[in-house]
Design a protein around this ligand. Structure first.
Ligand code: G3P
Length: 226
């Protein structure tokens, strides 16, 4: 399973890359706005830390505008994937971009049939939003499960990218559902490391090691024959 960070923050991306667990990045206009920087320079900085796919989202509502933006984005870094919304215009853009060899990520997907449409149009990634469905009382992970079942069943090459993941249980369930990718905020990635028994176990090992060192020191400084 691939892990992407859902952020546009270069420090977070650099940190996760150094941990050796970062396969890519997803951004959206909200995450970009949070950084308050010129998008091209920001994406190019992100590309210094991650060689895997970096999703950059279009903001046009018509396919021609999306295609124009996409052509510009892929000139920023070779690993840019263009995010387009799950609309008829979005899929028109996916179709045109596929013919140009530009990879797309269809975003704002909230149902398995939307995922099927994106796959039919030739999207590289399809992004069901789990947390936002949970927020409105639906089981968001069901969309991931069904999208995986349908796309694998028919042999579509489109990869299911579980998005809007908010906590470690979402990541676990996305993995069990067979999602190809989980994209998550930095805080969620950090949480995946944590287990109280890891901390406790480490504390005990270090304490025992310190005791051994103290014992060896005491023995070596004791008078001979004592
Ligand atoms: O990748 C989509 C993601 O950024 C949405 O997450 O938490 O805003 O629903 P969230």
């Amino acid at each position: 399973m691939l892990f992407f960070l859902d952020t546009a923050n270069p420090d977070q991306i650099r940190t996760a890359a150094a941990w050796g667990v970062l396969d890519g990045v997803t951004t959206n206009p909200t995450l970009m706005a949070r950084e308050g920087r010129e998008p091209k320079a920001l994406v190019q900085e992100i590309a210094r830390w991650v060689s895997g796919p970096i999703s950059v989202e279009t903001t046009s509502l018509d396919a021609e505008g999306m295609v124009r933006e996409a052509r510009e984005f892929v000139g920023w870094a070779p690993n840019v994937v263009v995010k387009v919304p799950m609309t008829p215009e979005g899929l028109r853009a996916v179709t045109a971009l596929r013919e140009e060899g530009i990879r797309t990520n269809v975003t704002l997907v909230f149902s398995p049939v939307q995922a099927l449409l994106a796959a039919k149009a030739g999207a590289y990634f399809v992004s069901p939003f789990v947390g936002r469905l949970d927020d409105v009382g639906h089981v968001g992970m069901d969309v991931v499960r069904q999208a995986v079942e349908i796309l694998r069943g028919y042999g579509y090459p489109t990869k299911v990218l579980a998005a809007s993941l908010r906590h470690p249980l979402h990541v676990l369930e996305a993995a069990r559902a067979g999602a190809d990718i989980a994209t998550m905020p930095f805080g969620t990635l950090e949480q995946l490391f944590r287990h109280p028994l890891t901390d406790l176990g480490l504390e005990r090992f270090l304490e025992d090691w310190r005791k051994l060192q103290a014992e060896l020191l005491a023995r070596s400084s004791a008078p001979a024959g004592s």
